[in-house]
Design a protein around this ligand. Structure first.
Ligand code: ADP
Ligand code: ZN
Ligand code: MG
Length: 503
C-alpha cells in the first residue's frame, strides 16, 4: 500500500515594531535580561493594555500580501495557561474572530506551481524566555527573561494542503520572503523571529478522509523542519503497517538524533479556556485604512519574478533565485541597466539558441554571473546578500569587468579569477588585470608567434594532424593556452590556428 502525507503549518512571526504590542517597551533583540519591561508586560494588577497601531498595520500588510480577507471586526481573546515565562497567566491572542482569514500563496516546487491555502492570520503577544542552567554559574537553576514578553506576533495558519516536506519548505521560504520584502519581520529563525509548528498525518493514497495528525515542535531551521517531517511521515506509516494506530499528540524534534519524540498526548493537552479579552475593545478596521495600507505594498517576490521573466527574458528559475531577496533583485537590476553587452539582439534571436553569433542576451549574461560567481562566493563565505556589508562590488565595477570580456581585453576564465579578487579585495578590476599582466593576448602577431613556437615544439603531433588525425586540433589549442597562461583570446586563437594549419 502506498501512503500520502497531509501537512498543515502554523507559523509565528515576530513583527518589527519598535515597541511591544500592548505597552511602550522596546522590542530590541539582545538587550540585558529584564531591562525592557514595564508594569503592563510584567502583568501587574491594575494595568491595562493599549494596542499598538503599527502592529495592526503590519498584520494587515501580511494579510493583503497573501490574499486574505481582512475582517472589519475582530476580537482579542485570553488564552489561559500557567508557565513561568507568562507573567499574566494568560496570553492575549485571537480565537473565534481573527483579524484576517481565507487567503493563499502560490509556491514553486520542482518546476511546478502549487497553491497553498491560508486559513487565518491572527495577532497575539509573545511570551518571555526561560534560560536553563548551563550558561550560568548556577547550573541547577532556571532564569526568566521577560524582554520578549509582549512583543507582537502574527500566527499564520495554513490549510492542510501541503503533501511533502519539499512543499512545506518551499511554502515556508515563500512566506518568509514575503515577510522580509514587506519589512515587517526579519525572518531570523535562529533568534526565533520566524518559527514553525508542523501538523503531519498520513493516509492511504486515494482515501479522502485525513488521518490522525501529530503536531511537531522545536525545529529552528528549514533543514530541521524537512528532517522532522520526513521522519514523522515514515514513523506514522510504520505504525499503521504494523497494525497500530497513530495517536493525536504533540511531538518534539530532537535535532541530535534526527527523530521526533512524544511530548504530550491529546488527553494531556491544555484547555486554554479562551474568552474575549475584557480589557480591549473589539478591533474595528475601516476600509479606507486598508486601502491606504494597500498602496504602500512593495512589489512582492512572485510579482517580481514574473516581471523579470517578461522584461529580461530570463528563465523562471533564474528569476526565482534573483528575487529571493529585495537586495539581490535590486542589485541585478542595477547591473542590467548599466550593461549593454553586445548590443540589441539580432533579428530572429532566441535566448540560449546556439549558432546565431550571439547566444545569450545581456540580462542573461548578468544573471549567469550573479548566480554562478557572486552567489557561489557569498555561499563559500556563509554570507547573505541581504546583509548590506556582505560584499562591496558596485554594479558599475561589476559591469566594467563584463565589458572587459566583451572588448576582448580578458577572456572568460581570467575574468572569473579577477572577479574573485575584486570580491575579496575590493580592488578595481582594471588595476588587477594590469598589475598581474592578465591582459588577454589579442595581438595577432604575438599570438601567431606563440602558435608557431608551439607547433615547432610538437613536430610529431603536427605530422599526425597533417596525416588526418584531426582530433589533435584541441591538443594544439590546449598547448597554446598553456603557453599564454590561459590568456589567449579563444576566438582569435581558433581562427589563427586554423589558418596556420591549413597552410
Ligand atoms: P487544532 O485544533 O488541533 O489546533 P486546527 O484545526 O486548528 O487543529 O489545525 C491546526 C493545523 O493543523 C492547521 O494548519 C491545519 O491545516 C492542520 N491540520 C488539521 N488537520 C490535519 C490533519 N489531519 N493532518 C495534517 N494537518 C492537519
Ligand atoms: Zn512593557
Ligand atoms: Mg490550532
Amino acid at each position: 500500500m502506498s501512503y500520502e502525507a497531509v501537512i498543515g503549518l502554523e507559523v509565528h512571526s515576530q513583527l518589527l515594531t519598535n515597541s511591544k504590542v500592548f505597552c511602550g517597551c522596546s522590542t530590541k533583540f539582545g538587550a540585558e535580561a529584564n531591562t525592557q519591561v514595564c508594569p503592563v508586560c510584567l502583568g501587574m494588577p491594575g494595568t491595562l493594555p493599549v494596542l499598538n497601531k503599527t502592529a495592526v498595520e503590519y498584520a494587515v500588510k501580511m494579510a493583503l500580501a497573501t490574499h486574505c480577507k481582512v475582517n472589519d471586526k475582530s476580537i482579542f481573546a485570553r488564552k489561559n495557561y500557567f508557565y513561568p515565562d507568562l507573567p499574566k497567566g494568560y496570553q492575549i491572542s485571537q480565537y473565534n474572530e481573527p483579524l484576517t482569514q481565507k487567503g493563499y500563496i502560490d509556491i514553486q516546487v520542482n518546476g511546478a506551481e502549487k497553491r497553498i491555502g491560508i486559513t487565518r492570520i491572527h495577532m497575539e503577544e509573545d511570551a518571555g524566555k526561560l534560560l536553563h542552567g548551563e550558561s550560568y554559574e548556577d547550573a541547577d537553576s532556571s532564569f526568566v527573561d521577560l524582554n520578549r514578553a509582549g512583543v507582537p506576533l502574527i500566527e499564520i495558519v495554513s490549510e492542510p494542503d501541503i503533501r511533502t516536506s519539499d512543499e512545506a519548505v518551499e511554502y515556508l521560504k515563500a512566506l518568509r520572503d514575503i515577510l522580509v520584502y514587506l519589512e515587517i519581520c526579519d525572518g531570523n529563525m535562529e533568534e526565533g523571529s520566524f518559527r514553525c509548528d508542523a501538523n503531519v498525518s498520513v493516509r492511504p493514497v486515494g482515501q479522502k478522509e485525513f488521518g490522525t495528525k501529530a503536531e511537531l515542535k522545536n525545529m529552528n531551521s528549514f533543514r530541521f523542519i524537512q528532517k522532522a517531517i520526513e521522519y514523522e511521515i515514515n514513523r506514522q506509516i510504520e505504525v499503521i503497517e504494523d497494525g497500530g494506530k497513530v495517536i493525536q499528540e504533540t511531538r518534539l524534534f530532537d535535532s541530535d538524533k534526527g527523530i521526533t519524540v512524544s511530548m504530550r498526548s491529546k488527553e494531556e493537552a491544555h484547555d486554554y479556556r479562551y474568552f474575549p479579552e475584557p480589557d480591549l475593545l473589539p478591533l474595528q478596521i475601516d476600509e479606507t485604512w486598508i486601502e491606504e495600507i494597500k498602496r504602500t505594498l512593495p512589489e512582492l517576490p512572485a510579482e517580481k519574478r514574473e516581471r523579470f521573466v517578461k522584461e529580461y527574458d530570463i528563465p523562471s528559475y533564474d528569476a526565482g533565485v534573483l528575487t529571493a531577496t529585495k537586495e539581490l533583485a535590486n542589485y541585478y537590476e542595477d547591473c542590467v541597466k548599466k550593461y549593454e553587452g553586445q548590443g540589441p539582439a539580432p533579428a530572429g534571436f532566441k535566448q540560449g539558441a546556439k549558432g546565431k553569433g550571439q547566444e545569450i542576451l545581456p540580462p542573461k549574461v548578468v544573471s549567469n554571473w550573479i548566480m554562478g560567481e557572486l552567489l557561489r562566493l557569498l555561499k563559500e563565505d556563509g554570507k547573505d546578500i541581504a546583509q548590506p556589508s556582505a560584499f562591496s562590488i558596485q554594479p558599475s565595477v561589476f559591469v566594467k569587468l563584463l565589458n572587459m570580456v566583451d572588448a576582448g581585453t580578458i577572456n572568460l576564465k581570467t575574468a572569473k579569477e579577477v572577479f574573485e579578487e575584486v570580491y575579496k579585495t575590493g580592488k578595481n578590476p582594471e588595476s588587477i588585470v594590469k598589475g598581474k599582466g592578465l591582459v588577454q593576448v589579442s595581438d595577432e602577431g604575438a599570438l601567431i608567434k606563440v602558435i608557431d613556437d608551439m607547433l615547432a615544439a610538437s613536430p610529431k603531433e603536427l605530422a599526425d594532424y597533417k596525416a588526418g588525425k584531426e582530433k589533435l586540433f584541441s591538443f594544439f589549442i590546449g598547448q597554446t593556452m598553456k603557453a599564454t597562461k590561459g590568456q589567449a583570446n579563444p576566438q582569435m586563437l581558433n581562427k589563427l590556428l586554423q589558418e596556420r594549419l591549413a597552410k
